[in-house]
Design a protein around this ligand. Structure first.
Ligand code: FES
Ligand code: FES
Length: 175
């Protein structure tokens, strides 16, 4: 059985006919082709599937897409603007805060929600905001450093980055 949905994803209206049992994670990846959002535990434990709904982090593996109609969904594909990485993506790439990159999209979106609401977070606030996002390979120090650096740059107006690199692919969810 299928249902027609109208979703706003990264500022675009998307109409899709989807199986009623599908989660938001599955609809984003399988029906809308937005594979930057990663598929991890599907149990609400790893945070790899984090997206923003009306600016708040949600676990898309536990979210029904019908609940998101009329709301703004942001995925990692919506972070960069006009070819310019978001300051968080830039800082993650520069500081080596993404190794395999699998956790990175979820990390970036949790961090974006934090910095949008708290432009000058303490280290503990950054740690708390990312507590639901697990990383198995980078270690957390560089990730926390990157969020703090991005916050600093955002207060100064951000920094553009146009070069292609392996790190860029990871922070855009293409790795
Ligand atoms: S895939 Fe959603 S929390 Fe792990
Ligand atoms: S960079 Fe590999 S899981 Fe975090």
């Amino acid at each position: 059985m299928k249902t027609q949905l109208s979703l706003t994803v990264n500022g675009e209206e998307r109409d899709v006919l989807v199986a009623v049992h599908k989660t938001l994670l599955e609809v984003l990846r399988e029906d809308l082709g937005l594979t930057g959002t990663k598929h991890g535990c599907e149990l609400g434990e790893c945070g790899a599937c984090t997206v923003l709904v009306d600016g708040e982090p949600v676990l898309s593996c536990l979210t029904l897409p019908v609940e998101c109609q009329g709301r703004e969904i942001t995925t990692v594909e919506g972070l960069a603007e006009g070819g310019r990485l978001h300051p968080l993506q830039q800082a993650f790439a520069e500081l080596g805060a993404a190794q395999c990159g699998y956790c990175t999209p979820g990390m970036l979106l949790s961090a974006r929600a934090l910095l949008d609401g708290h432009p000058v977070p303490t280290r503990d606030e950054v740690r708390e905001a990312l507590a639901g996002n697990l990383c198995r390979c980078t270690g957390y120090s560089k990730i926390l450093d990157a969020v703090e650096l991005a916050g600093l740059r955002m207060r100064r107006g951000g920094q553009p980055e146009r070069r292609e690199s392996p790190a860029r692919a990871m922070v855009e969810g293409r790795a």
